[in-house]
Design a protein around this ligand. Structure first.
Ligand SMILES: C[S@@+](CC[C@H](N)C(=O)[O-])C[C@H]1O[C@@H](n2cnc3c(N)ncnc32)[C@H](O)[C@@H]1O
Length: 208
């Protein structure tokens, strides 16, 4: 199950975190699964703000197109890296974050256009992807954590636990949050998945 589906499934259990006027952050805008649409809809229903962030012009343009369907001035797309944009974010108003940015390498092959898009900014995705992905998701997580005033939820896509070690996009961000007292809301898969029955995502609640 993709991370956004895990998040939608867990919505009944995180209602107390979804507060009117607060902000939802998405790292990695809509590309193939349509997460931005689901988050925009949720933000409309709960009167929350959305900021979806992606350095790729294509994903940014897709996000703009999705958001334009909602006629809601509280929904924003930003063309930047998640970690770069969030470094200067000091509003202290984040209640939910969906982290599905910098791609990882698995048995599921990437489109050549994805590999080329990283190459165009000097990144060898196949060689350095997994290490860099964990690094930038940790960076973004630290900024998100700082901007949670009292309580918030972070959902990581492409993150699982193998032999007691966290893997994927949240490989270092999840242990960081757990050390800060974060609590798992959903149970992670115990290995990389070949079938859709495995959870691709994991949810962590932060209570300060
Ligand atoms: C798996 S896709 C996101 C899919 C999207 N969430 C959906 O459901 O359709 C990963 C996205 O992360 C973006 N990305 C790469 N590096 C990033 C970074 N440093 N910060 C934020 N997004 C990044 C890529 O451009 C790509 O659009």
């Amino acid at each position: 199950m993709h991370g956004i589906k895990v998040l939608l499934k867990e919505l009944p259990n995180i209602q107390e975190y979804l507060v009117e006027g607060k902000t939802v952050i998405e790292i990695g805008s809509t590309r193939d699964i349509g997460s931005t649409f689901h988050l925009a809809k949720l933000c409309g229903e709960k009167k929350m703000n959305l900021i979806t962030i992606d350095p790729s012009k294509d994903s940014y343009n897709s996000a703009l197109e999705v958001l334009s369907q909602f006629n809601n001035s509280n929904l924003h797309a930003v063309n930047d890296t998640g970690e770069g944009f969030l470094k200067g974010y000091v509003k202290n108003d984040i209640c939910l974050a969906y982290l599905d940015g910098f791609d990882i390498i698995t048995t599921h092959p990437h489109a050549q256009s994805t590999i080329d898009s990283y190459k165009s900014v000097g990144i060898d995705l196949l060689k350095d992807g997994n290490r860099l992905s964990a690094e930038v998701h940790l960076d973004a997580t630290k900024s998100i954590y700082k901007n949670i005033k009292t309580k918030g939820v972070l959902c990581f896509d492409d993150t699982w636990e193998e032999n007691g070690k966290w893997m994927g996009k949240g490989a270092t961000a999840v242990p960081y949050l757990l050390e800060k007292g974060g609590e798992l809301i959903s149970s992670p898969s115990k290995k990389w998945w070949k079938k859709r029955k495995f959870n691709h995502g994991v949810l962590i609640a932060v209570n300060k």
